[in-house]
Ligand binder design. Structure first.
Ligand code: DGT
Ligand code: CA
Ligand code: CA
Ligand code: ZN
Length: 582
C-alpha cells in the first residue's frame, strides 16, 4: 500500500466514525474529501511534508488535515484517529461495512438497539428489536441477513487486485536478495482467479536460507506461521497469507507447474504421465522404473523434464497451457494453445466517466489518458439521470455533453472520442433515456445499477430486453455484483448470450477487480457461443486504466481470443460495428 492509500484509509475511517458519533456533517465530509483526494493523487504525499504549505495548497485539504497527514508520515499513526476509534465499539465499523447499511441506520441500531458488532446485530434481528426501529421492514432485514451471510462466506478470500499488487511487491523485493536466481508467484493468483486464498511464491538461488530469512522479515509481516529453510509461511498485517518455497534451480519448472495448479489440472497431467509410463511430481517428470518405495528424486533418477514448464508439457505431448486456463475445463484436450487475448491487444476503452457525472477527469483529460495508453478510441459514457448518487445526466445535460464530446473529438488529434452514455437499465428492462436520445449517441452501454436483488427470471427478462434494444451496443457489468460484498443479479447467462448473438450486442467484462463482471465461466460460455465481448475499465480516474489487467486475466480464464473482443478491433471495424446499430 502506498502512503497515500494508507492515509486515505485512515481519513475514510475517521469520517465514518465521525458520522457514527453524530459529528458536524461539515467535518465528516471534509475527512471523506481528503480521503478521496489522496486516493486519486498521483504524487506521493509524504514527499510534501517538509513544506506544509504545499499540502494545504491542494484544494480540499485544510490546515487541520495537513497536520494529521504530516503526523502520519512522521509517526506512522494519527492520534485523533486512535481516539475516534476508541470512542465507538470496535465492531461497529464491520456493521457499517455491510452492504446496504448506512451510517444513519448503524447509529440508530447502536443507540436504540445496542448493536455493537455483527454478532449482536444478528442476535438483535432474531429478538425482533431491529424490526422495531424506524424504516426497518421485514424485507430490509432479510437483505441485511443475506449480506451478512454473503460477506462471511467471502471474507476469507482476498480479491485479485489486492493480492496481485502485494505479490508483485514481494517478488520484486525478493529478486533483490543476494544469490537469488528466479522468483515467481504461482497458485490461484498466477491463474488469475477473481479471489485468492493465499499467495504462493516460488524462488531459487544459491542460498535458500538467506532467501527464506529475507521473506520472513518482509515489511508488513504480522506473524511468521512457519519458518523452515525452504518452506515458510507468513501472515501480513493486511490479513493475506503468503507461502514461500525455495526450490532447486534444476526443478524450478516442475515446482512452478505443481504450485500453479489447479489441483485438478495437476491430477490430469499426472494421469497423462502415467499413460506414458512416466511419473510427474513437484520435482520433475521421471521415467517410471517400477520402484515405488521411494520417490525418484530421492533415488537420483534423472528426470525426463524438470527445468521449465515448457519442457514438461512438451514431454507430455501437450502445448504449453496458459496458467489462466489450467482449470480442468477442457484445456487438457488442446492440441494447440489458442492465442488468448493480451493486454497489448486492447486498442479502445469503451466505458469511461468524466466530471459530468461521477468521474474525476474532464473529457480532455480522459482522451489524453487513452491516447497515452496507445488507444485509437475512447468512449465517454457518463451515467444517466436515474443514477442520482452518481450525478447522472438529464436529457438536457446529455445533449450539451454530446456536443462537448464532439467538439473535443474535433480538437484533439490522434484519437477518436465517442459520445456515449452508460444508461441505467430499470428493473423492468426499460432504459433511462428514450430511443430518440439514445440514437443521438455514438455508443450506448446499458448497465443495471439498482434493483440488484430481483429474482433470476425478472433479471433475465430485464437484461435480455436491454440487449435486444437495437440502439444498445454493450451490456455493462451484467450482474452488478461486487466481489465479497454483493451477490448481484443471477440471470440465465445462456439466455443473455443467445440474445447477444441475435442482436450483435457485446457483453462486458468490467475490469475493475471489485466487479470482474462477466466472470470467467460466463466469459467461457459466451466465447464458446461466439458472442462479442467488451473489456472495459469503467474508468473514473486516470489510474483506473490500470485495472485493465484484471479484465484481461478474467478474459483469458474465459478462453477469449482477440477476434471476439471489440476493444481489439481496428478503428474502421469498430466504427462499422458501432454504426450498424444506428
Ligand atoms: P487458493 O490459494 O485457495 O486460492 O488456491 P491455490 O490453487 O493457490 O491452492 P493452494 O494455495 O492450496 O496450493 C497452490 C497449488 O499447489 C495448487 O494450485 C496446486 C498445488 N497443490 C496444493 N496441494 C495440492 C495437492 O494436494 N495435490 C496437488 N496435485 N496439487 C496441490
Ligand atoms: Ca494459493
Ligand atoms: Ca498456498
Ligand atoms: Zn460506469
Amino acid at each position: 500500500m502506498s502512503v497515500n492509500t494508507e492515509i486515505a484509509a485512515i481519513f475514510d475511517e475517521m469520517s465514518k466514525v465521525l458520522m457514527l458519533i453524530g459529528a458536524n456533517p461539515f467535518k465528516v465530509n471534509a475527512h471523506a474529501n481528503v480521503a478521496r483526494i489522496l486516493k486519486d493523487m498521483v504524487a506521493d504525499i509524504s514527499q510534501l511534508v517538509d513544506e506544509p504549505a504545499k499540502i494545504t495548497a491542494i484544494e480540499g485539504i485544510g490546515k487541520g488535515s495537513a497536520k494529521k497527514i504530516i503526523e502520519y508520515v512522521q509517526t506512522g499513526s494519527i492520534k485523533e484517529h486512535q481516539e475516534l476509534l476508541d470512542s465507538i465499539p470496535h465492531g461497529l465499523l464491520d456493521v457499517l461495512a455491510i452492504q446496504g447499511l448506512g451510517p444513519k441506520t448503524v447509529k440508530l441500531m447502536w443507540e436504540k438497539a445496542g448493536v455493537v458488532d455483527i454478532k449482536t446485530l444478528q442476535s438483535k434481528i432474531k429478538t425482533g428489536e431491529i424490526e422495531k426501529l424506524p424504516r426497518m421492514g421485514a424485507k430490509t432485514i432479510q437483505n441485511i441477513t443475506e449480506s451478512i451471510e454473503f460477506a462471511a462466506k467471502a471474507s476469507q478470500r482476498i480479491r485479485l487486485g489486492d493480492a496481485l499488487i502485494t505479490a508483485e511487491e514481494i517478488v520484486d523485493y525478493l529478486r533483490t536478495i543476494k544469490g537469488v536466481k528466479q522468483v515467481e508467484y504461482a497458485g490461484s493468483l498466477r491463474r488469475g482467479r477473481e479471489t485468492i486464498g493465499d499467495i504462493d511464491i516460488l524462488a531459487c538461488g544459491t542460498q535458500p536460507n538467506v532467501i527464506s530469512q529475507a521473506f520472513q522479515k518482509l515489511p508488513g509481516v504480522e506473524k511468521v506461521i512457519a519458518a523452515g529453510k525452504t518452506k515458510s509461511s507468513i501472515r501480513l498485517a493486511s490479513g493475506i497469507q503468503v507461502d514461500l518455497r525455495v526450490v532447486d534451480k534444476e526443478s524450478f519448472g516442475a515446482a512452478y507447474l505443481y504450485f500453479t495448479g489447479s489441483k485438478q489440472h495437476n491430477v490430469l497431467l499426472r494421469e497423462i504421465a502415467i499413460k506414458k509410463n512416466l511419473r510427474l511430481n513437484e520435482y520433475g517428470l521421471y521415467p517410471d522404473d517400477g520402484q515405488h518405495d521411494k520417490p525418484p528424486q530421492q533415488r537420483g533418477v534423472k528426470p525426463v523434464a524438470a527445468k521449465t514448464e515448457q519442457d514438461i508439457y512438451k514431454a507430455l505431448d501437450l502445448p504449453w497451457i496458459a496458467p489462466e486456463i489450467r482449470e480442468d475445463r477442457g484445456e487438457i484436450n488442446l492440441r494447440k494453445m489458442p492465442k488468448l487475448i493480451e493486454l497489448e491487444d486492447i486498442k479502445a476503452e469503451l466505458h469511461a466517466h468524466t466530471i459530468a457525472s461521477d468521474g474525476k477527469m474532464t473529457i480532455d483529460e480522459l482522451a489524453l489518458q487513452a491516447l497515452d495508453r496507445g488507444f485509437h478510441t475512447i468512449a465517454v459514457t457518463d451515467h444517466s439521470r436515474s443514477s442520482v448518487q452518481a450525478n447522472g445526466l438529464t436529457p438536457e445535460r446529455l445533449r450539451k455533453h454530446i456536443q462537448a464530446v464532439h467538439e473535443a473529438n474535433e480538437r484533439i488529434k490522434g484519437i477518436t472520442i465517442l459520445a456515449g452514455s452508460e444508461v441505467d437499465i430499470h428493473a423492468d428492462g426499460r432504459l433511462d433515456y428514450d430511443d430518440e436520445l439514445l440514437a443521438e449517441l455514438d455508443i450506448v452501454v446499458a448497465s443495471p445499477h439498482s434493483a440488484l436483488r430481483q429474482d433470476p427470471q425478472a433479471a433475465t427478462k430485464r437484461l435480455v430486453s436491454a440487449i435486444s434494444n437495437p440502439l444498445v451496443h454493450i451490456l455493462g457489468h451484467p450482474t452488478g455484483r461486487i466481489i465479497n460484498r454483493r451477490e448481484g443479479l443471477s440471470p440465465d447467462i445462456n439466455a443473455l448470450i443467445k440474445a447477444a448473438l441475435k442482436h450483435n450486442t457485446a457483453l462486458e467484462i468490467n475490469a475493475n477487480y471489485l466487479r470482474l463482471d462477466l466472470r470467467d465461466i460466463h466469459v467461457k460460455a459466451a466465447v464458446d457461443a461466439g458472442a462479442l465481448i467488451a473489456i472495459n475499465t469503467d474508468a473514473h480516474s486516470p489510474d483506473n486504466f490500470d485495472l485493465l489487467r484484471y479484465g484481461i486475466l478474467t478474459a483469458r480464464r474465459g478462453w477469449l481470443t482477440p477476434k471476439l473482443c471489440i476493444n481489439t478491433w481496428p478503428q474502421t471495424k469498430l466504427k462499422k460495428w458501432l454504426q450498424s446499430k444506428r
